[in-house]
Design a protein around this ligand. Structure first.
Ligand SMILES: [Mg+2]
Length: 502
């Protein structure tokens, strides 16, 4: 099929038989959703009717391809450290072990001080580490609370992808190690060097080649992926792939993920109406670079500029405006599924009207933690209410005491007994606060040893959680979760009401 100004040509489209789809009662979506385990659900920030969606696009890395994070972190760190040592950093860096469990998405590197911090939605720094040492409340206050954190270069660097986690693990580990050797660390330069070295390792193949040659070690093949894409196609959706990865890697990865999964599809390419690689998102959304077609002829590959987009061909580069024009689709009828808050979700939201679904694979472990801390969370709520009551009581006693002391003096027997009651209440509050802090700490640690929940910081949304809420219409832990919903499902946001309406 051809997506361009001329008449569509159906000759290239493979004839795919329609598989029978499960007959789900679409009249009771609430019941359907409630029957799904939390980790298998799709969550809704902005309502979306699937029947209005004509095109569904997918990013590849960390979206269709679920990487095994610990494996890929180890590989990236190893490749990067080699380059750092070659640049003159102490060889001890290569022998050190790095805690790949340390970083999460949404952290901010403070290159001025060598700290790594987690903020809430109001840019309040709730946690911070120097190396693997947590900063005290006073240290945090001194640096971040007396003035507002202005997120951005050159001082700050935002860790917003799973891809970038090894940089943070390496930075924390290197800061610790270099300082242990008594070296004077230039924190800014160290981070920039790590960034450059890891980019270099990606460019020269030190990372990608190893992954491509051992995909089962680094990538989890989701058996639900192929049936999910098929189900979308059966519902009449057109699918496209839009990835920043290069063609050779994309072809390998997609063959691993989808090759031979369903007999109706001879190749992974048959699932997609359009395939775009080396798309250089977010530039794809903001600049007007041309689409180039990869041409495979006579055993050689070349590229030439493309003026139409056709099924079965492979494109590079490109831009949003040409894409929408060439496929002749309204922007709000395109649903794009990606994992990168900035490159996939925020840009497509800000620069176009594409609807977005964000893959947050960490949700699976968040739900585990939520289940494990269910009773503690209820206990924390109970203590919150208890604290409110005690404070009310304290204030009441205090005002009574003041009035009485004024009238009959502080040494009056009744005033003395009131004061005792006040002291006792203060003591109870102190104890309650201390034990609540301990319980809160244990609950946070169940989510993540260093940072607590990905989506929350204290009682607020974390800055990451805030961005997910702001920019992703839908979010879920993996693409195959879409298969759990009827094809014309109305993804309805629970947040249709403002606080004053509740
Ligand atoms: Mg990605």
């Amino acid at each position: 099929m051809r997506y361009g100004p001329s008449t569509p040509d159906m000759t290239n489209a493979p004839q795919i038989p329609q598989l029978a789809l499960p007959n789900v009662d679409t009249n009771t979506p609430g019941a359907l959703v409630a029957s799904l385990p939390r980790a298998r659900r799709v969550y809704v920030n902005r309502s979306l009717r699937m029947e209005h969606v004509e095109w569904v696009g997918f990013d590849m890395d960390y979206t269709l391809a679920i990487y095994r994070q610990a494996e890929i972190d180890r590989l990236s760190i190893e490749a990067t450290v080699k380059k750092l040592v070659a640049r003159g950093y102490p060889p001890q860096l290569a022998e050190a072990t790095y805690d790949t469990q340390f970083p999460i998405r949404g952290l901010l590197i403070d290159k001025r001080h060598g700290h790594i911090v987690k903020m809430d939605r109001y840019k309040f720094v709730g946690r911070a580490y120097h190396g693997l040492r947590e900063l005290t409340r006073d240290e945090r206050h001194e640096l971040y609370h007396s003035r507002k954190v202005r997120v951005g270069p050159p001082r700050y660097h935002y860790i917003d992808t799973l891809y970038a986690l090894p940089e943070a693990a390496l930075y924390a580990g290197a800061v610790d190690l270099l300082e242990r050797y008594g070296l004077n660390v230039d924190y800014h330069e160290l981070f920039d060097d790590i960034r450059q070295c890891i980019d270099e390792a990606h460019r020269d193949g030190s990372i990608v080649d190893v992954i491509a040659n051992d995909l089962p070690r680094f990538v989890e093949r989701d058996p639900g992926l192929a049936p999910t894409l098929h189900k979308l196609r059966s519902a009449g959706k057109k699918l496209f792939l839009l990835t920043n990865s290069r063609w050779a890697y994309t072809d390998r990865m997609m063959t691993f993920l989808l090759g031979g999964q369903l007999p109706e599809y001879g190749s992974w390419r048959n699932y997609f109406d359009l395939v775009g690689v080396a798309a250089t998102k977010p530039v794809f959304f903001t600049e007007k670079r041309p689409f180039m077609e990869r041409v495979f002829e006579g055993g050689t590959e070349s590229v030439r500029q493309a003026y139409t987009l056709e099924r079965g061909r492979v494109y590079e580069g490109g831009n949003l405006r040409d894409f929408e024009r060439m496929i002749n689709a309204q922007a709000d009828r395109i649903l794009y599924v990606g994992d990168h808050i900035y490159g996939d979700i925020l840009r497509s939201k800000k620069d176009s009207a594409w609807r977005t679904a964000m893959i947050v694979q960490e949700m699976e472990s968040e739900f585990d933690a939520m289940a494990r801390t269910h009773d503690d969370a209820a206990e924390l709520d109970r203590r919150d209410r208890q604290r409110d009551r005690l404070e009310d009581e304290l204030r009441f006693h205090q005002s009574q005491f003041r009035a009485l002391a004024k009238r009959v003096g502080e040494d009056d027997a009744e005033a003395v007994s009131l004061r005792r009651a006040i002291d006792a209440l203060k003591g109870t509050l102190r104890e309650l606060d201390a034990s609540t802090r301990a319980l809160q700490k244990a609950t946070n640690a169940a989510y993540h040893r260093y940072w607590g929940s990905l989506f929350k910081q204290g009682v607020e949304l974390s800055s990451f959680g805030d961005q997910v809420e702001e920019y992703a219409c839908l979010y879920t832990s993996r693409v195959s979760n879409f298969a759990n919903y009827p094809q014309a499902h109305y993804f309805r946001s629970p947040r249709d009401l403002m606080p004053h309406e509740l």
